[in-house]
Design a protein around this ligand. Structure first.
Ligand code: WTA
Length: 645
């Protein structure tokens, strides 16, 4: 527990809005006088009707979570209109295209309001009404954000599906949330490649009768096939609508969005967030977590298809009236200096990205970074997966020249926003350690029996009391919500992560303790990949585990038993790799497909995953007890045929 501590850089400490003693006072207040704290924090938002109560929640025997329940507000008003009134000429969005030679775009808050209001009117023209679920399957263009905010404006509930998901995955998500409307683009552009979004939509919709209207944003040449009566170009419909569209008054607990995420079992869950609590949580965590100033230029590299893109592209920055940059492309196109070139070109002050990107860029050395002026940067952040100290140091020393703070923010789709972090101007940093709890958050570590651990310890990371940004349910399946997060340790929210705590109360996330993988910061259930594999007619059985990967954090290792009579061949490996890509999407592409005639099982027929994990990790000297195996020779054969280096 004696990892080195890096002090707060002096300039960050001098200018901060929240010092170490401010943090302590506010944190204690947030727990001791929680109701008062949250009703005061609620002033960050414009309310149509101010709430008179903050939290009203229970984790047992039933899970029922409400925040600010008698308040009324509109999320779009808070992110757009109120700034269009107060600071109409301030830049809200800067769009940086995939190809640096193409034209970018910029929107002031006044322009953003016009765009979003017109988008909302277009949706109304197509029949979208309050409470309807709207699926958004978009590339990283400004219209993705407009579509989300337009839903919020009229009280529709968005469900953004990452543009890298396959038609099957899209279809499943459309059906699960019973969505009749879809917003997409003809194509997406990423890293110089074209993603055929509209074609994927057509393939998905050929398998479900649900969707009545598809709104298509033109990103490509406009040659996409359109189905009469169902598909509409945005530019056609918007030509006939005006940009005057009132913001619907919403109850604080009205749903704002659904976002699908993977768990250890079954299909992805539609995590549901509501309006008041989520918005306040993202607004507050953005303000403190990034120590936001009016003249910042915030660049979060996440796609809107993930929670980071919801909370720190769409809602958090805009609720604060910030200026932010959204980027269509990838870090290594057209060259591996793209991030730094963007930082220099626009004068980015805060960069928020994933450890995977940092590790990949680090592998290319310092030259691409040093080519560009990064003096505008005053804060660096990471999210999505554990960052190894080596990558942390490179980020801090090479990218940040050792003069800016680095924040390692731990949180989840289910938590809505940042839960553990150091505050930029307040806290010393410990590479690899996320840090301290955000206001109102009471983390605890428990052992496998649920016994709370005191002081410096390692255990399962739980949260004791509710916070406004907490997910309220799994769409259409509250029992699954209760079961997944609240049944392991009674009376606690269980994150699914393991963590360490040091003697100063800093937390370090050690990774998932369940069957969820984190590949390049993307969450994936091993069960999902297994289900995809066994759909293939040649496959009898599959078991998927993770293994450490130097860039992606974790890689995907699939053990597959083909049906009797099917040959084990390289060709089958390729076929199955392609099959998983087309079932789930390129994000789930297996690193290794290990074809085997048998899997290690107990005498009662249970697959021994512990052993499969060890083999994938190449830790074969510590396989542990194999005496309960039905056929110990299977293990030797697997070790001999292990994939990877
Ligand atoms: C992991 C992403 C270590 C963790 C915002 C969590 C992290 C899962 C960190 C949630 C971090 C996220 N350090 N691990 N700073 N941030 N994780 O829902 O395992 O896509 O449970 O939300 O990512 O992934 P999700």
């Amino acid at each position: 527990m004696s990892d080195p501590v890096i002090p707060v850089p002096p300039t960050a400490a001098k200018d901060t809005n929240c010092s170490a003693s401010d943090y302590r006072d506010l944190y204690n207040h947030s727990l001791e006088k929680s109701e008062r704290f949250w009703l005061d924090q609620a002033d960050r938002l414009d309310w149509i009707k101010r709430p008179t109560v903050a939290g009203n929640w229970s984790y047992a025997p039933k899970v029922d979570i409400k925040w600010f329940e008698d308040g009324q507000l509109n999320a779009c008003w808070n992110c757009v209109d109120r700034h269009a009134v107060a600071t109409p000429d301030k830049t809200a969005l800067i769009f940086e295209p995939d190809d640096p030679a193409s034209d970018g775009r910029r929107f002031t808050y006044a322009q953003l309001k016009d765009e979003v209001a017109r988008f909302a009117n277009v949706m109304k023209t197509l029949g979208v009404a309050r409470g309807d679920r709207v699926t958004i399957y978009m590339p990283m263009v400004p219209e993705a954000v407009f579509a989300m905010l337009a839903c919020a404006r009229i009280g529709a509930v968005h469900s953004v599906v990452f543009g890298g998901f396959s038609p099957h995955a899209l279809r499943d998500r459309i059906e699960d949330c019973e969505s009749d409307f879809l917003v997409t683009a003809d194509i997406g552009k990423r890293g110089g490649k074209t993603v055929p979004l509209k074609q994927n939509v057509d393939a998905a919709l050929s398998e479900t009768p649900r969707v009545k209207s598809v709104l298509v944003v033109q990103v490509g040449d406009g040659s996409a096939a359109m189905t009469d009566g169902r598909d509409h170009w945005l530019h056609d419909v918007s030509a006939g609508v005006d940009n005057d569209c009132p913001c619907a008054p919403m109850e604080a607990e009205d749903p704002l969005f659904i976002l699908y995420t993977s768990g250890s079992t079954g299909k992805p869950k539609g995590v549901l967030h509501t309006t008041g609590g989520y918005l306040l949580w993202t607004a507050m965590t953005f303000a403190y977590g990034f120590d936001h100033r009016d003249d910042d230029l915030f660049f979060c590299t996440a796609d809107v298809g993930w929670i980071t893109g919801h909370s720190y592209v769409a809602y958090g920055p805009l609720a604060n009236g910030a200026t932010q940059l959204i980027f269509e492309g990838v870090p290594n196109y057209p060259a591996n200096d793209r991030f730094w070139q963007i930082v220099e070109k626009h004068g980015v002050t805060i960069l928020y990205t994933a450890p995977t990107a940092i590790r990949a860029l680090m592998a290319d050395g310092d030259a691409p970074v040093k080519k560009h002026d990064r003096s505008s940067l005053r804060l660096l952040g990471t999210v999505g997966e554990p960052i190894n100290p080596e990558a942390w140091r490179w980020y801090s020393d090479t990218v940040g020249e050792g003069r800016v703070p680095v924040v390692d923010t731990w949180w989840q789709t289910e938590t809505g926003g940042i839960m553990l972090t150091t505050l930029p101007g307040a806290h010393d940093m410990k590479p690899g350690w996320a840090g301290l709890p955000m206001f109102g958050i009471e983390p605890l570590l428990v052992d496998n029996d649920g016994k709370p651990l005191e002081g410096a310890a390692e255990g399962n990371l739980c949260i004791r009391r509710s916070w406004p940004g907490q997910a309220r349910t799994v769409y259409g399946n509250h029992a699954r919500f209760e079961q997944t997060y609240f049944s392991t340790y009674e009376g606690l929210y269980f994150s699914g992560d393991g963590a360490k705590r040091d003697e100063h109360g800093y937390y370090r996330i050690t990774g998932r303790v369940d069957d969820v993988l984190n590949v390049s910061g993307h969450r994936m259930g091993t069960a999902e990949i297994e289900s995809a594999l066994v759909l293939h007619p040649d496959v009898a059985e599959a078991a998927v585990v993770g293994f450490p990967h130097s860039v992606k954090g974790q890689g995907i290792y699939c053990y597959v038993t083909p049906n009797a009579g099917v040959d084990i061949s390289e060709e089958l490996e390729q076929t199955l790799r392609q099959h998983v890509r087309s079932e789930i999407g390129p994000v789930a592409t297996p690193d290794h497909i290990h074809l085997t005639r048998a899997l290690p099982k107990t005498r009662s027929g249970k697959i021994m995953r512990r052993i499969l994990r060890k083999i994938a990790e190449n830790e074969t000297s510590s396989l542990g007890d194999t005496s309960t195996l039905a056929d110990p020779e299977v293990v030797d054969a697997l070790i001999a045929g292990r994939k990877g280096d």
